[in-house]
Design a protein around this ligand. Structure first.
Ligand code: IPM
Ligand code: MG
Length: 399
């Protein structure tokens, strides 16, 4: 079956990492007997330079007509001085809104091969880190009206509106509970209900939704405490459910704890229409064009695209397996390099992964249940819950 994928390379290292992500995606699709039609479109600073706006209408249209959107990164110092309305980041916010991508899933996992890079004290790291931030992505202070810059009593004033309605809270809460159901059955809802009315409603609605999931434990944390607990004892977390602004901050904190922002993929899903898949890291303009960026977060985002966007778990697992095998074989990009390992550039890392996808696909496609890497153990494990996890996330967002 032919699939249409919209590629959005964006800025900085975007084009070089997306080239590797695309190669892995096409390799896995071909092995599964599918063909893909990839259309490249403009977003971010690149789009501003060529069209004057960070998200041209044509890009949104191509995305809407695609089966999935594969984005690399946007932004850079070149566009920092522009009017906020035409900054590259606006393109990202506009595409989230335009595609209705309300559910942002950001897993943070400590890869056993990269444990030396973990920023946590060894005794804390020992307990493991395997959590997922479920962040609401189309509401909150990011989009609330009124907003603006004005003058009051002769003083410059800036203002924004933090706002959620109960339906927005309910639908993201369901995604979190369904995700937790097939993981360790624990949801931590993060808010600031000791101060904010928006958060009081958040807590109330999340508690109501929890009644439909008696098998999942729910706890509430204030966001300041959650930020502290993430460094003090991150192994306590399974699913962190939170709003847009708190999720933005906590997901960066959670991901960098692993010591390798260059490894972490993300998925943004809607209740209908294509999902968007992108690495968590940014456009790293300082190393752009030098062939030294780490393409693995993008390659792992290709795996999420296959699993959650196109419903192809075996193809997805083949990519994930190939990434782990490449690390196990000792290859490292500069950001994750350690003594005794083989340093490679962006392109070579992509090629090494691609070479390994075929072998894993043959192994995996013979299994009724896909095999995945179990971060808690030191080898390949058959993890029954993962395909269910995948289905459940898909159902959760389409419910
Ligand atoms: C993210 C980024 C974006 C956000 C920016 C670039 C608009 O930080 O995806 O986390 O704040 O959501
Ligand atoms: Mg962010």
């Amino acid at each position: 079956m032919e699939k249409t994928i919209c590629l959005l390379p964006g800025d900085g290292i975007g084009p070089e990492i997306l080239a590797q992500g695309r190669a892995a995606l096409e390799r896995a699709l071909a092995l599964g007997g599918h063909t893909a039609r990839c259309m490249t479109a403009l977003i971010g600073g690149d789009a501003i330079d060529r069209t004057g706006v960070p998200l041209p209408d044509e890009t949104l249209k191509i995305c809407q007509d695609s089966d999935a959107v594969f984005l690399a990164a946007v932004g850079g110092p070149k566009w920092d001085a522009l009017d906020p309305k035409v900054r590259p980041e606006r393109g990202l916010l506009a595409i989230r809104k335009g595609l209705g991508l309300f559910a942002n899933l950001r897993p943070a996992t400590l890869f056993p091969e990269l444990s030396h890079a973990c920023l946590l004290r060894p005794d804390i790291a020992e307990a493991g880190l395997d959590l997922i931030v479920v962040r609401e992505l189309t509401g909150d202070i990011y989009f609330g009206e009124p907003r603006g810059l004005t003058e009051r009593d002769g003083k410059r004033v800036g203002f924004n509106t933090m706002i959620y309605d109960e339906d927005e809270i309910r639908r993201i809460a369901h995604v979190a509970f369904k995700t937790a159901r097939v993981r360790r059955k624990r949801v931590t809802s993060v808010d600031k209900s000791n101060v904010l009315e928006t958060s009081r409603l958040w807590r109330e609605v999340v508690t109501e939704v929890a009644a439909s999931y008696p098998d999942v434990a729910l706890e509430h944390l204030y966001v300041d405490n959650a930020a502290m607990q993430l460094v003090r004892n991150p192994s306590q977390f399974d699913v962190i459910l939170t709003g847009n602004i708190f999720g933005d901050i906590l997901s960066d904190e959670a991901s960098v704890l692993t010591g390798s922002l260059g490894m972490l993929p993300s998925a943004s899903l809607s209740d209908k229409g294509p999902g968007l898949f992108e690495p968590v890291h940014g456009s790293a303009p300082d190393i752009a064009g030098k062939d030294c960026a780490n393409p693995l977060a993008t390659i792992l985002s290709a795996a999420l695209l296959l699993r959650l966007g196109l419903g192809m778990p075996e193809e997805a697992s083949a990519i994930e397996a190939a990434v782990h095998k490449t690390l196990e074989d000792g290859y490292r990009t500069a950001d994750i390099m350690e003594q005794g390992k083989k340093k490679v550039g962006c392109r070579e890392m992509g090629q090494l992964v691609c070479e390994r996808i075929g072998a894993w696909f043959r192994i995996l496609s013979g299994q009724s249940v896909p095999w995945l890497w179990d971060t808690k153990k030191t080898g390949w494990q058959r993890i029954r819950c993962r395909p269910v996890f995948v289905r459940s996330v898909c159902q959760a967002v389409s419910a």
